[in-house]
Design a protein around this ligand. Structure first.
Ligand code: ADP
Length: 275
C-alpha cells in the first residue's frame, strides 16, 4: 500500500511538473504572438508613414534638383557657391529620409511578389546594374563567377534583387578607395541547394561585431549614412526563402557572405548553363 501511495504521489508530481512546463510554454508562445502582432502593427505604421512622407519628399528632391540645375545653368555657382551647396545638402538629406523610410517598410513588410523559379545569375546581374553608379564611384571591379549547371531557385525576384543590392552596397562602402568584388554561384546537387558567395576585399568586420551584423539597427556607419537595416532585411528575405546566410570576415581577405537557397522543384529541363 505504501508503494502504491508513493507511486501515486510521484505520478502527481510528474503531472504537476508537466502542467508547469506546459504553462511556461504557453506563456512563451503568448509572448511571441504579442511580439509578432507588434511587428505587424509596426509594419502597418511604417507603411502609412512612408506613404505620408513620400510625396513631400519627392517634391523636395525634385524642386531642389531643379534649383541646382538652374543655378548651374545661370552660372550662379561661382557667385553664390554657398547657396548651391545648401541646395545640395537639402537634396541629400531628403534622399536619405526617403532611403530610410523605404528600408523600414521593406524590413517590416517585405513585398509580396509570387514565388517562381528564379535564375540567380540574372538577379545578380540586375542588382549589379542597379549599383553601377556606386561601383564606378568607388572604383570597385566585379568578378562574376557563375557556375555551370546552376538550377533556378524558388523565389521572389524583387526581394532577391534587394538582397544583392544591399550586399553590393555594403561591399562598396567597405572599399571606398576601390577593390574587388566576387559574386560566385555554385550548385550542390546532392543537397539540392544553390550556394552564392559575395566576397569583397574591403576593411572587413571586427570579430566582436560579426554576430551583430544581422541585428536590426546595428550600424557602424556615421549618422545619416547607415540605417542598420540592410542586413536585417537580407536575412529576413533569405529565411523567407527557406535559405540561410552566414558571414566570415578577417582583415586578411575582407568579408564573405555565404547564402544557401533551395533549388526550385521541377524538371531538369530547367537546368541553366552559364559560364
Ligand atoms: P548599414 O549599411 O545601414 O550600416 P547593414 O545592416 O547593411 O546596415 O550593415 C550593418 C553593418 O555591418 C554596417 O554598418 C557595417 O559595419 C557592417 N558591414 C556590412 N557589410 C559589410 C562588408 N561587406 N564589409 C565590412 N563591414 C560590413
Amino acid at each position: 500500500r505504501a508503494a502504491d501511495a508513493i507511486r501515486t504521489a510521484l505520478d502527481r508530481v510528474h503531472a504537476h511538473e508537466h502542467a508547469v512546463s506546459l504553462r511556461r510554454e504557453l506563456e512563451a508562445q503568448r509572448e511571441q504572438l504579442i511580439f509578432a502582432e507588434k511587428l505587424a502593427t509596426l509594419g502597418q505604421m511604417a507603411a502609412g508613414l512612408v506613404h505620408e512622407l513620400n510625396n513631400p519628399l519627392t517634391a523636395i528632391v525634385a524642386y531642389t534638383d531643379f534649383l541646382i540645375k538652374r543655378s548651374l545653368a545661370r552660372g550662379e555657382e561661382s557667385h553664390y557657391p554657398d547657396e548651391t551647396e545648401r541646395l545640395r545638402r537639402i537634396a541629400e538629406s531628403a534622399n536619405r529620409m526617403q532611403r530610410f523610410t523605404r528600408d523600414l517598410v521593406t524590413y517590416a513588410r517585405p513585398s509580396g511578389d509570387a514565388p517562381q523559379p528564379v535564375v540567380v545569375s540574372s538577379i545578380v546581374d540586375q542588382a549589379l546594374s542597379f549599383c553601377e553608379h556606386l561601383l564606378e564611384e568607388t572604383n570597385v571591379a566585379v568578378s562574376r563567377e557563375f557556375g555551370d549547371g546552376v538550377l533556378p531557385v524558388r523565389g521572389m525576384p524583387e526581394q532577391l534583387a534587394q538582397v544583392f543590392v544591399n550586399l553590393v552596397t555594403n561591399a562598396c562602402h567597405a572599399m571606398p578607395k576601390g577593390g574587388r568584388l566576387i559574386v560566385r554561384t555554385e550548385i550542390d546537387e546532392a543537397e539540392a541547394h544553390v550556394k552564392i558567395t559575395v566576397e569583397d576585399n574591403g576593411h572587413g568586420v571586427p570579430q566582436e561585431n560579426l554576430t551583430r551584423l544581422f541585428v536590426p539597427f546595428f550600424t557602424t556607419k556615421s549618422e545619416g549614412h547607415g540605417t542598420g537595416l540592410g542586413l536585417a532585411i537580407v536575412k529576413n528575405i533569405i529565411e523567407a526563402h527557406d535559405g540561410n546566410i552566414t558571414v566570415q570576415s578577417d582583415a586578411s581577405f575582407g568579408t564573405r557572405f555565404l547564402i544557401v537557397l533551395p533549388v526550385a522543384q521541377g524538371p531538369l529541363s530547367q537546368r541553366i548553363s552559364r559560364t
